[in-house]
Design a protein. Structure first.
Length: 350
């Protein structure tokens, strides 16, 4: 078939589609208020926006060279693991959810978040390139591909992202659950070590990057959690709610078991595995809270150095208790800190 014929055939097909299945293509209208929070998250994202090249991890080089080799090894691995999760979230998770969310302003917020995931993923490479040789960097990425626990979590989360069925709220809800678990729980076995080191004045420049990432992940988990709650409350039947609740808990249990094994592999040699496990419980409960679910795990004492790193340097971790100053403006009315108390926001939503 010639180019002319091919083109004629295509034109005919498009015109037939216009005639047979007419549809309206809509432009995003930010002046139409859909909910009380999407614009706030957009602005919050913009305010927090950063790029890896603003930071100078080469300042850590001297400290790096004096670190215990076992800690160096663990540090490389946790950053490799974090790179995998951010790659997944940026290239698959956020785009898949954005594609299936209907509201255009929400798609925009999710796309922005997806872009930040790619900045996160790149920032680990920025740290690697200042600390490691090319051969060492290749070894880290090879390790990521071969580590069964990392592959397990990537596969589990990907399953939900890749199986969203158009028009099926249950599958979209579960993809959002997987996303919140990734954002608010799965990252934290990796974040523990950089927080622990930076809290002791080590690897501080790289720690600043990690803190920026933690701030972003915090609002991502809350935002996708709110979208998930909206589906749960408005679009699922009682039967479907029961099914997704069961699946949510089962997925959390499976991921927790896997995180424990991952944690033992990375942290046992440096004696931090038990403390990381306590941290996992704490963050798993936060992830469930973002979905408006009950805490599932009994929390034990978190290493104070790590907890301090979370609360002072990345103050948004506990999003709902953050007061005032960062959230100033909504399009149609002023927001107050009371808007960011969880039950209030929910009432407005539904
Ligand atoms: Mn990220
Ligand atoms: Mn994220």
């Amino acid at each position: 078939m010639s180019n002319v014929e091919l083109r004629a055939k295509l034109s005919k097909r498009i015109n037939e589609r216009i005639k047979n299945t007419p549809r309206i293509h809509r432009a995003v209208n930010w002046n139409e208020q859909i909910d009380s929070f999407t614009l706030v998250f957009w602005e919050r994202n913009l305010k927090q926006m950063w790029v890896d090249t603003e930071f100078i991890p080469s300042k850590d080089r001297n400290v790096w060279e004096r670190l215990d080799p076992a800690i160096q090894e663990a540090y490389k691995k946790v950053l490799g693991g974090l790179t995998l999760l951010d790659t997944k979230q940026g290239n698959l998770g956020m785009p898949a959810i954005a594609e299936h969310v209907n509201v255009l302003t929400r798609k925009a917020v999710l796309s922005f978040m997806g872009m930040m995931e790619n900045i996160h993923a790149k920032s680990y490479s920025t740290i690697f390139s200042t600390l490691l040789t090319e051969v060492e960097i290749d070894e880290v990425f090879q390790w990521v591909e071969e580590n069964q626990y990392l592959q397990y979590k990537a596969e589990h989360v990907s399953y939900y992202y890749e199986n969203i069925v158009e028009g099926d709220y249950k599958s979209l809800y579960l993809a959002m659950v997987a996303s919140v678990f990734l954002e608010s729980f799965l990252f934290y076995s990796g974040f523990f070590l950089p927080l622990w080191l930076a809290g002791q004045g080590k690897m501080v420049a790289s720690g600043e990057i990690i803190n920026k990432i933690i701030q972003d992940e915090s609002i991502h988990g809350v935002y996708v959690g709110l979208l998930a709650q909206e589906i749960y409350n408005n679009f699922l039947t009682d039967q479907e709610r029961e099914e997704v609740d069961y699946e949510t808990n089962a997925l959390m249990d499976e991921l927790m078991e896997n995180e424990f094994k991952y944690t033992e592999e990375i942290y046992a040699t440096i004696g931090l595995d038990h403390e990381v496990k306590n941290f996992l419980y704490y963050n798993a409960n936060k992830a469930l809270m973002n979905l408006n679910k009950e805490a599932r795990y009994e929390e034990k004492k978190i290493n104070p150095i790590v907890l301090n790193g979370l609360s002072t340097e990345s103050g948004t971790h506990d999003f709902f208790s953050t007061k005032g100053k960062s959230y100033q403006k909504a399009k149609h009315r002023s927001l107050t800190s009371a808007d960011f108390i969880f039950p209030r926001l929910q009432e407005e939503l539904f």
